[in-house]
Design a binder for this molecule. Structure first.
Ligand SMILES: CC(C)(COP(=O)(O)OP(=O)(O)OC[C@H]1O[C@@H](n2cnc3c(N)ncnc32)[C@H](O)[C@@H]1OP(=O)(O)O)[C@@H](O)C(=O)NCCC(=O)NCCS
Length: 227
């Protein structure tokens, strides 16, 4: 997983550069046409793409307004609001909010199924982007994961994450992934450990819930070594 590091780009490289069969660029800052993440990323990610394709699923990178609306709807599902209330109230609250959030450099990935008319139906979503925090020394690139209720419990979160992480490394020359989660989010913690993330820091905190309460929980900070 994530072993295929790219050589550093030459200084004079343009913003967009054809590498393998995809275009490498800086992290997106606005809406863009979603494109299927293609194979030849890394053996583990290619296997994950096969696993998802066999189930009729494609990982898309880039988000347009139509997909953002679908993500916004999913972000309102109870199990996502419970652990990620900022998705529906801030990041994906509406198109203007998403446009503003994207401007801070975020690559949005959607786990999607194709409808008969060729449009995409979102089953899950996630993103990556450059971000540093004091709690994770060496962490450079953050990563987030959500699976909608239609895809829950089908072991999709690990392969989807593998594709998001490996595609982020390849497309944006990103490294040193890290994430934040809550200790009570056992399924998420389980998946992150399976992906290779290690706990590097933790702090007691108050978690905002789906119904706007605050409950005692522990904020976990995890880092993915050697990516
Ligand atoms: C976290 C999330 C992505 C997991 O997706 P999922 O569809 O529920 O889980 P999957 O079917 O992919 O499987 C997850 C794994 O966790 C395990 N798991 C599920 N519930 C668990 C629990 N309560 N405790 C421990 N492990 C659990 C599953 O057995 C499976 O393990 P395996 O693959 O080793 O058999 C999904 O629940 C979700 O989107 N939740 C809301 C948003 C969220 O919390 N995102 C993470 C924010 S940090």
């Amino acid at each position: 997983m994530l072993k295929s590091r790219l050589k550093p780009l030459p200084q004079k490289s343009s913003r967009r550069l054809k590498v393998y069969n995809q275009v490498m660029s800086i992290f997106p800052t606005t809406f863009s046409k979603p494109q299927a993440v293609k194979k030849t990323i890394s053996p583990a990610a290619d296997e994950a793409i096969d696993f998802l394709n066999e189930r009729g699923l494609t990982v898309l990178v880039g988000v347009d307004e139509e997909l953002a609306a679908a993500i916004s709807k999913m972000a309102n599902e109870q199990h996502i609001r419970e652990y990620c209330p900022n998705d529906c109230s801030k990041r994906f609250a509406d198109l203007e909010a998403t446009r503003g959030w994207l401007s801070h450099r975020h690559a949005v990935f959607t786990l999607a199924k194709k409808n008969e008319d060729g449009s995409w139906r979102a089953v899950g979503y996630g993103w990556s982007g450059p971000k540093k925090v004091d709690e994770v020394p060496g962490g450079e690139t953050t990563f987030a994961l959500r699976i909608g209720k239609a895809g829950l419990g089908q072991h999709l979160s690990e392969p989807f994450s593998q594709v998001v992480l490996a595609a982020t490394a390849k497309l944006y020359d990103a490294k040193n992934f890290w994430l934040e989660t809550w200790a009570s989010n056992a399924a998420a913690v389980h998946v992150y450990k399976k992906l290779g993330f290690k706990l590097v820091n933790q702090k007691p905190g108050k978690r905002p819930t789906a119904d706007s309460q605050q409950v005692d929980d522990t904020r976990l900070y995890m880092f993915l070594p050697s990516n």
